[in-house]
Design a protein around this ligand. Structure first.
Ligand SMILES: CC(C)(COP(=O)(O)OP(=O)(O)OC[C@H]1O[C@@H](n2cnc3c(N)ncnc32)[C@H](O)[C@@H]1OP(=O)(O)O)[C@@H](O)C(=O)NCCC(=O)NCCS
Length: 175
């Protein structure tokens, strides 16, 4: 299957929110409370993506991975400081994981962030999300010290993961 990676537009908002919610329900089951995942999370994510696309942020990067029948992955990154970006979200559709889409999204995001003048990027990963932690290690991310972050109002143990070399991350994303 051919997968094209392209910048997201406001027209993608609902499809991204839907994939985000499905991905949370599959990947975060047992890591966030069921009552939150099956309750308010969907509405919060839809509202969050609506707000995101209504704001103008010239140094943000939002990319979608497009299969012939729709969006199968996305990555979003914003400025944290002038030189450091934050990857706020990276999700691949539950049925499409393990096929290299996440790697390509990370590589393209690194390329776009470099073009925008960033030198480094970090993200936060939930302690119990061992698959994503393994994936980030494979791409050269360095884990920092565990801390607690409120996710949907729930204190959740997370690790920061940093890449200080965006060119290396771009290369790790493949051609
Ligand atoms: C994490 C995620 C984005 C990775 O995307 P993906 O498309 O499944 O991963 P890829 O197929 O691109 O994997 C890239 C490389 O990472 C490796 N990798 C993937 N999962 C791994 C794991 N659990 N442990 C070690 N390596 C792993 C792959 O083997 C591959 O390396 P290779 O090409 O040398 O074999 C995806 O699985 C996902 O959406 N998970 C659920 C949501 C989530 O947790 N998002 C992150 C939130 S912080």
């Amino acid at each position: 299957m051919t997968i094209e990676i392209r910048p997201a537009t406001a027209a993608d908002s609902a499809a991204i929110a839907d994939l985000h919610q499905r991905s949370w329900r599959s990947a975060y089951r047992g890591l966030l409370p069921d009552g939150y995942l099956d309750g308010p999370a969907a509405g919060e994510l839809a509202a969050r993506w609506g707000r995101t696309f209504s704001k103008d942020e010239p140094r943000r990067v939002i990319l979608v991975a497009m299969a012939p029948d729709g969006i199968v992955g996305f990555v979003a990154a914003w400025p944290n400081t002038a030189r450091m970006a934050l990857i706020d979200n990276l999700h691949v559709a539950p049925g499409q994981r393990g096929g290299g889409i996440g790697r390509r999204l990370m590589g393209r995001a690194a390329a776009e962030l470099r073009r925008l003048g960033f030198e480094a990027v970090f993200l936060e990963v939930i302690e119990g999300n061992h698959d994503a932690r393994g994936f980030y290690r494979r791409l050269g991310g360095i884990e920092g010290e565990l801390f607690f972050e409120p996710i949907g109002g729930h204190p959740t143990p997370v690790f920061p993961v940093t890449w200080d070399d965006l060119a290396a991350l771009e290369a790790a994303g493949g051609p």
